[in-house]
Design a protein around this ligand. Structure first.
Ligand SMILES: [Fe+2]
Length: 159
């Protein structure tokens, strides 16, 4: 037996918001994986500060993955699962351990901008559905990714 769900948001709208949240989740998961990989593989005279910065960022993003997935479940939809499902939901590519440190940071900064654009589009859909809880979560993710992007941008040499 399936219990019905009545939270004042139509099934259609819940589905629409959940699809947007799934895209934000997939982008976030991709940037999480790349950040963790670059935490391992970054090299150079600034190694330790980059290694620590990336650790701080991947830990923050890791926590958020769960919040996003559980919000999708609260809307009555399944959270995406599996590598190929995630790959189909994001345009963010895998990292390349051969890159030098500055290239890694720049690539991550651009990836955060991708997450930000996806989250901003999701906010619009959430607002149209009057889904304040999803909008609150998405706005918090916007602030976090803008902060991550700022720290990466400020670590780039300005040549
Ligand atoms: Fe580590």
């Amino acid at each position: 037996m399936t219990a019905t769900l009545d939270t004042g948001i139509t099934k259609d709208q819940r589905g629409r918001v959940a699809r947007e949240l799934s895209k934000v989740l997939a982008d976030s998961f991709a940037v999480y994986q790349k950040t963790h990989g670059y935490h391992w593989n970054v090299r150079g005279p600034e190694f330790f500060s980059y290694h620590k910065l990336l650790e701080q960022q991947y830990r923050e993003i890791w926590e958020a993955l769960d919040d996003l997935a559980e919000r999708i479940r609260a809307l009555g939809e399944f959270a995406p699962q599996g590598a190929s499902t995630f790959a189909n939901l994001t345009s963010i590519k895998d990292g390349d351990p051969e890159k030098d440190a500055q290239e890694m940071l720049k690539e991550l900064m651009r990836d955060h901008e991708t997450v930000i654009a996806t989250a901003r589009a999701a906010v619009e859909i959430g607002e149209a559905a009057d889904d304040g809880a999803s909008v609150d979560l998405l706005n918090a993710r916007l602030a976090a990714h803008e902060q991550h992007a700022w720290m990466l941008r400020s670590s780039l040499s300005s040549k």
